[in-house]
Write a protein that binds this ligand. Structure first.
Ligand code: COI
Length: 361
């Protein structure tokens, strides 16, 4: 975790006289919580609209022991990032897509969700309030975590009488901090992450805790992450603990379809578009483990992960090594995507949402 030092002597001031940066050892950032100053909180009664939210000091919240989130896991989360460009503009990547995904999840879990406008505004306000925690260009990003939880008390199984929409943020570096920069995946043949008709296709809090055990088992065997198979046949690949997967063979890029059992990743969707722009044919379809083992290149995508190349996949006693390095599609796509996100190239897609005007360093 990055060390936080109370900002008493920062030499960098904005035009308003505020410190431009929090005192963080940016080089040490990994993917761990560095608490920031503020969070956004709004509440609503079931079926009503959310009240206008407030920016409050970041800190613990008070919730009934009988709340639906504590007892029945009625909760959704999102993840998106704020990027600081060289000219100091701070921008978000496709926040409307996170808002829409939260609405889909809320419908599945019988929750009341904020409007897309309120969601995006809440994210902007949270980032603006924590502006000095947005890392310098090239040193990381501000990870923003919107939560929608059933905060009202309910004893019998039902949806909560009250919901809380909360947004907090933390500066982060790389999610998979592996020395080679490459992933070594283990295909898990024992546990299933998701099943048809379940909640695998929404960002329910309850999808993630069961993944920890197979993830830790893979880690203790020396792998960097775990890849899950479909529950129906055990023959097709689905997703990694926290990201989507793509395989490349010739000019064809294939990735499992978003038919309810994998998370419809926003980075996944963007990478599909960018790969097509690059001249590749992209197929969203069932991808068997056999095909995975015969692929030329494999990579993963996610908000936290970004685009990460896979060096090896191990399935039972078979270990396959893939093409990695500068000439790969994943390197190309990583560069195209992060250049848009960091403002290195013009955002012709209209994906970036600006949240501030140029502030003087
Ligand atoms: C993200 O990439 O934003 C995720 O949701 C992964 C998270 C579980 C770390």
């Amino acid at each position: 975790m990055a060390t936080y030092v109370h900002p008493s002597s920062s030499p960098l001031l904005t035009s308003e006289g505020d410190e431009k940066y929090a005192n963080v050892k940016w080089e040490e950032l990994g993917f761990a919580l560095t608490p920031t100053d503020y969070m956004y909180v709004a509440k609503c009664k079931q079926g009503e609209s959310f009240s206008e939210g407030n920016i409050a000091p970041y800190g613990d919240i008070s919730i009934s022991p009988c709340s639906a989130i504590f007892n029945y896991g009625q909760g959704l989360f999102e993840g998106l990032k704020a990027y600081r460009a060289e000219d100091d503009r701070i921008r978000l990547f496709r926040p409307d897509q996170n808002a829409l995904r939260m609405q889909t999840g809320a419908e599945r879990l019988c929750m009341t969700s904020p409007s897309v406008e309120q969601f995006v505004e809440a994210v902007k306000l949270t980032v603006l309030a924590n502006k000095k925690w947005v890392p310098p260009p090239g040193k990381g990003t501000l990870y923003v975590r919107p939560l929608l939880i059933g905060s009202g008390a309910i004893l019998g199984l039902a949806s909560a009488p009250e919901y809380t929409f909360l947004v907090y943020a933390s500066p982060v570096g790389e999610y998979h901090k592996v020395s080679s920069g490459l992933l070594n995946l283990e295909v898990n043949h024992k546990y299933r992450r998701s099943h048809s008709g379940g909640t695998g296709g929404v960002k329910s809090c309850t999808n993630y805790c069961p993944v920890v055990k197979p993830f830790l088992e893979a880690k203790s065997s020396g792998f960097s992450d775990v890849l899950f198979l479909d529950a129906a046949t055990g023959r097709n690949i689905e997703e990694i603990s926290t990201c989507n997967i793509f395989i490349v063979k010739g000019n064809i890029v294939s990735t499992p379809p978003t038919s309810g059992t994998i998370l419809p990743g926003i980075t996944r969707k963007s990478i599909i578009e960018l790969a097509r722009d690059t001249g590749y044919q992209v197929q969203e379809r069932d991808v068997s483990v056999d095909e995975l083992l015969e692929a030329e290149e494999v990579f993963c995508t996610g908000t936290a992960t970004v685009v990460k190349a896979v060096e090896t996949v191990t399935f039972h006693d078979k270990k396959v090594k893939y093409k990695t390095g500068e000439e790969t599609l994943s390197t190309k796509l990583y560069t195209v995507l992060t250049n848009i996100q960091m403002g290195v190239v013009e955002d012709k897609k209209g994906w970036m949402v600006e949240i501030n005007h140029k502030c003087q360093g």
